[in-house]
Design a protein around this ligand. Structure first.
Ligand code: 5GP
Length: 254
């Protein structure tokens, strides 16, 4: 197999040049980090699970006409995606108070919000992804007003759809973070969802017990981190063919 050119290595993923121009291979690692990289660890099998979960959710979104960067899953840890120009924002949608919102505004975790709230964070590790307003985004040229309108529309549709999908498997979608990119074609530019949608960037609580089934198990040292991710995959009906055994033996590029 020919060696591929690595474009970028992040905390949880590596990006390689894809087989055709305009494509990228997104490789999911087991590495986990939190609190702006101050806490690091490995969640065995996480990459395999997130690859599957994100593929599943992005395919469902595509089916209802929400554009994403996903082309197809390639193997246990990799998917082929379209190359996009990443918009330097983390767009967070919240339904229930948790995490940084609960801390910042001293709202007890678990409080239902009066309506869904969208937050923007400037994507800049050195600054700890600070909260910004639409004014900052347009003034500094990170996105235009029209692009923000489109991002909000997509984010709210994703929230409605995923909330319902998770209700169906007895999971509460507390909040999640999306990233967006500009997909340039010859005569058009389209805003699409990029990165991943997985328990790494969604808060998912069991509907009956409120048990956390996402990366907060790692962030808060709750233990049984892998089990949380596995249970989400199991309820979605997408455990790999080999069952949990496949998660124990990460298969790098097959
Ligand atoms: P919070 O701002 O409460 O820490 O996070 C809100 C939501 O966005 C959570 O679902 C969290 O997992 C996700 N999120 C926010 N920032 C990041 C980040 O830098 N990386 C990941 N993986 N998820 C994030």
């Amino acid at each position: 197999m020919s060696r591929r050119r690595q474009i970028y290595e992040g905390k949880a993923k590596v990006l390689f040049e894809g087989p055709e121009p305009g494509t990228i291979v997104q490789h999911f690692k087991d590495d986990a980090s939190a609190f702006n990289n101050q806490k690091r660890g490995v969640i065995t099998g996480k990459g395999v699970l997130n690859n599957r979960i994100s593929e599943f959710l992005m395919l469902r979104l595509a089916e209802i006409g929400i554009p994403t960067h996903l082309l197809r899953r390639l193997n246990m840890r990799e998917q082929l995606v379209r190359e996009v120009e990443i918009i330097p924002l983390e767009v967070v949608v919240r339904n229930v108070a948790a995490g940084s919102l609960a801390r910042r505004l001293a709202i007890p975790e678990g409080t239902a919000l009066p309506r869904s709230i969208i937050e923007y964070h400037y994507k800049k590790d050195e600054l700890g992804d600070p909260l910004v307003s639409e004014e900052h985004i347009t003034a500094f040229g990170w996105a235009s007003t029209r692009e923000i309108d489109e991002i909000v529309q997509i984010a709210l549709r994703v929230n409605d759809f995923l909330t319902g999908l998770f209700v169906g498997i007895k999971i509460r979608l507390i909040d999640f973070r999306l990233e967006f990119g500009r997909l340039h074609t010859d005569d058009d530019t389209q805003i699409v969802i990029a990165d991943e949608i997985s328990p790494d960037n969604c808060r998912l609580w069991d509907a009956q017990t409120n048990e956390k089934m996402d990366k907060d198990r790692f962030r808060e040292d709750l233990g049984r981190v892998e089990e949380g991710y596995q249970e989400v995959a199991r309820r979605l009906g997408i455990l790999p063919e080999g069952g949990p055994a496949d998660f124990r033996a990460p298969k790098a590029m097959q």
